[in-house]
Design a protein around this ligand. Sequence first.
Ligand SMILES: [Zn+2]
Length: 163
Amino acid sequence: MAILTFKWRGEYKPYKLGIYEMKFVKRGLFEETMKILAEHAYKIRFVPHEIIEDYNATYNVVFGGKYITTNAAKKLKVPLNEIWISEMWRTYEKYIIFHELREIYYRANGFSRDEAHEKASQDGFYLWSKDVLFNKMISEIEEMDRKTARKRTKSQGGVKTNP
Ligand SMILES: [Zn+2]
C-alpha cells in the first residue's frame, strides 16, 4: 500500500483530503512515515558530528525500487539502506528520522532533492509547529549551520590557521 493512504471508515483514502479530515491525516502521517523504517529495515546510525557537520543527516537507500542517495552519502561512504545522523541531534531523532524519510519518499516520487527537502520540512512544521522541542531543534540547527558556513568560508578563504 502506498504510504500516504490511511483507513477511513473501512476504506483506504489518499492523503489529500478536505480540510475537515486533516486532523486525522496529521495523526496518521507520522505513524505511516515511521512504518517505512521497519518495512525497509533501514538502519539508523548516529555518527560523530565532525564527520557529518556539513549535512547534519544523510541517507543511501532503496525506496519503491528506486536508488535514492546524496553526494554526502557518497563522500561519507554510507552503506546501502542506512540513514546517518549527527550524534549532536540525537535528542531530536524522531523529527530528523521523519524528515529524512519524507525527503526520501518525495524524491522517489519524482521531486528534486531541493523540492523534496522543502516538502519534508513543511511536513515537519505541519506536524510540530507548536511543539517546543521541535522548535528548539530548528533554532539549534540554524545556529549550527551558520557556524559551519562561517568555518567553511574561512577555510576556503585561503587563510591558513594551521599550516
Ligand atoms: Zn532535508
